[in-house]
Design a protein around this ligand. Structure first.
Ligand code: BGC
Length: 351
């Protein structure tokens, strides 16, 4: 079973790459990533570069230290330096307008990578994981772990969401809250802090430290009476890490709440194995990169581009044709198969 999974994954990638028929020789692809601070973007960047180079493309890969102006300059340079296609994982979805206008003027296709580029009609395609589904997977995990339909409750839950400048953050939040909000409304889940709305629970730039500070303040302001939190809905792993750090001094292992996450970052998988994080949505960055490489080939060859969603991702100017990959969750029961047997991590990395 494990070998079959690894083989299937390898075949998928080979198929995705082989779909490119015309020569990539002499073509330059710009890849703009938000930051090296988070593990996933390093993997995304490296995968994209390796897969594109294996196809024969030249690659201009840039990281922007989560600095919007720096990313704007990088993308502008990519376009002025003759990139044939530009792939962008935006820091702030609405801030690249002038660079995108320039791409349009020069007829350069732009692919939004993982995060949608907003307020622009210059975005050709969007490739991502199904962001709303990421949220529903997290919400459903909490619902099932607490057995909300049968258990009496009430349960205490707190919420930590993502960066308001990242269009994905709202999808994650909405997907999870569509599952959990009814239980809040009926009183089976109590959010003692009263912080439920997206703007109250958001974490600017997804920073671990910001999530940790807010979590510590919630613990001291609302749980100093000794009441224990049963679940902490976190939109991703960097924020889950902040929440876990804040809980360290107050919770013993056997009273640790259910904590959700996303990305299967190494520190978080280690926490999962240690019983300090319950799950993390696994978005295999190899799958997304392979899909984008395939898109690039199709665009440059003038072929029909594979998309599977032409309705959801309205960027306030156009509905961007999208390819949504499927997210799944990893937890302590299936991480070996998903993360080790598939070759995503080696056992040593999780020691
Ligand atoms: C990505 C997540 C990631 C978050 C923080 C989101 O746009 O979809 O996978 O955890 O950014 O980098």
């Amino acid at each position: 079973m494990k070998k079959v999974l690894a083989l299937a994954l390898a075949l998928c990638m080979i198929f995705a790459l082989c779909a490119v028929s015309a020569s990539a020789e002499g073509k330059l692809v710009g890849v703009a990533m938000p930051t090296k601070d988070l593990q996933r973007w390093n993997q995304d960047g490296e995968n994209m570069k390796a897969m594109l180079e294996a196809e024969g493309y030249s690659v201009d890969l840039q990281y922007a230290s989560n600095d919007v102006q720096q990313q704007l300059n990088q993308v502008t340079n990519m376009i002025n330096n003759g990139c044939d296609v530009v792939v962008i994982a935006a820091i702030e979805g609405s801030s690249l307008g002038s660079a995108l206008d320039l791409a349009k003027e020069k007829g350069i296709p732009v692919i939004a990578y993982d995060r949608l580029l907003m307020e622009s009609d210059a975005v050709s395609y969007y490739a991502t994981f199904d962001n709303y589904k990421v949220g529903t997977v997290q919400g459903t995990y909490v619902k099932e772990a607490l057995d909300l339909d049968n258990a009496e409750g009430p349960f205490y839950m707190e919420i930590t969401a993502g960066d308001p400048g990242d269009n994905n953050a709202n999808y994650f939040y909405s997907g999870a809250m569509d599952v959990l909000k009814p239980y809040i409304d009926e009183g089976k889940i109590i959010v003692k802090s009263g912080q439920v709305e997206f703007n109250d629970v958001a974490t600017p730039t997804w920073k671990t430290e910001v999530a940790q500070t807010r979590a510590s303040s919630i613990l001291s302001s609302f749980y100093a009476d000794g009441s224990k939190i049963d679940a902490w809905l976190c939109s991703n792993d960097s924020t889950a890490l902040g929440v876990t750090n804040a809980l360290e001094d107050n919770y013993d292992n056997d009273e640790w709440p259910i904590i959700t996450g996303q990305d299967c970052d190494i520190s978080n998988v280690k926490n999962m194995i240690a019983g300090k994080q319950s799950m993390s949505v696994f978005k295999d960055t190899r799958t997304l990169a392979a899909q984008v490489v395939k898109m690039i080939g199709q665009i440059l060859n003038g072929e029909e581009v594979d998309v599977n969603d032409t309705e959801t991702y309205d960027n306030n100017k156009i509905v961007v044709p999208s390819f949504l990959c499927e997210p799944v969750f990893a937890d302590v029961n299936n991480y070996t198969e998903l993360l080790l047997d598939s070759g995503y991590y080696t056992a040593d990395q999780l020691q």
